[in-house]
Design a protein around this ligand. Sequence first.
Ligand SMILES: [Zn+2]
Length: 152
Amino acid sequence: MTITFPTTKPTKDAIRNAIGQLVTFVIRGDPTACDVCGASGGLYYDEVNEVSLDPYCTTCSGLYWLTTDTNSGVIAHVRWRTQDQPDMGVGGETFEGDCFVTIDINAISASNIVKIKEVRVDSRKLQVYRAIHRGVPTRDRIRFVCREWGKE
Ligand SMILES: [Zn+2]
């Protein structure tokens, strides 16, 4: 008799789809140059500070680089902590995030994970502190350790 490790990812995905909820990942878009300040070869571009030399530009308000965020709805397992739990580590006491958001490892591409600006869960805005790949024997999900904006 051959004993094989069960294929658990479809099971975990099915459970997550049943008990999960739709959360919104806000992905920061690629920057594009302001077409007013960037006209004729970047005339109003400050290359040292990477901003526009025209702070009154009506298109970019002096930012020069403009980004368009993308909202991506993903089914996630969400777990709120009832209170902050201190974690006694080498650097002293640190606090873990107050929300765990777990999604399918294929739901968001690796290149977009580093561009996550915020996660919207239960009408609250969260900031991602860590992205932890989980699953045995193969990584099948990602857990984001999040904290509400302004509460870090
Ligand atoms: Zn501009």
